[in-house]
Design a protein around this ligand. Structure first.
Ligand code: 5GP
Ligand code: MG
Length: 178
């Protein structure tokens, strides 16, 4: 595994993101909706830097099932999202890859009649993004490598790493030793 983004770099970027959000919303109430499970670490760190009247929601979205390639249809469960009708929403995900996930999530959130939806991701694989989405806020652009850590998993492992690392081929096959 090779470290791509250190803990210090991540924390500095999140401080900046929070400051941008503060400046853009200028004291207006905001609901930050994090996409489970990958965004939980980012959610916890980001909201503590935001100085606005704030609510938190969660969306469950599953497509990756222990695989490192996109597969299947996205299942979205909004049960843990508070009422966002007429509210400003910041939809937060760990990574923007092809963009197909975020596209469906935005559509789903918009169906709940918010005032406005903006998007934030920690990582953006810009060269891979095929849908017409530009995140309103992002931390880092990264190359097309499969990354883990800081909420991102491979087969539900590595989410607890405080940094972002790229998995190398040797990490992938039958690496589960538990
Ligand atoms: P997209 O729909 O943009 O192609 O994929 C977004 C989702 O795929 C993310 O929410 C994340 O769950 C997963 N994903 C994409 N790239 C990576 C990666 O490099 N590492 C991990 N762990 N997940 C990824
Ligand atoms: Mg995800």
């Amino acid at each position: 595994m090779k470290v791509l983004i250190t803990e210090t770099e991540i924390q500095a970027a999140i401080k900046q993101l929070a400051a941008q959000v503060d400046a853009d919303y200028r004291g207006r109430p905001l609901t930050v909706v994090g996409v489970l499970t990958g965004s939980v670490i980012l959610l916890a760190d980001l909201i503590r830097g935001i100085n606005l009247p704030l609510r938190v929601g969660l969306l469950q979205a599953s497509s990756y099932r222990g695989e490192s390639t996109t597969s299947g249809r996205l299942e979205i469960n909004p049960d843990y999202t508070p009422d966002i009708a007429d509210r400003d929403v910041l939809l937060l995900d760990d990574i923007l890859d092809t963009g197909k996930t975020l596209e469906q999530l935005i559509r789903r959130v918009e169906s709940l009649q918010p005032r406005r939806v903006r998007t934030a991701v920690l990582l953006w694989k810009r060269e891979r993004t095929t849908v017409d989405i530009t995140p309103d806020y992002f931390g880092f652009e990264i190359p097309n490598e499969f990354v883990v850590g800081y909420g991102l998993d491979y087969d539900d492992q590595y989410r607890n790493l405080p940094y972002i690392a790229a998995l190398e081929p040797a990490d992938l096959p039958e690496s589960d030793t538990t």
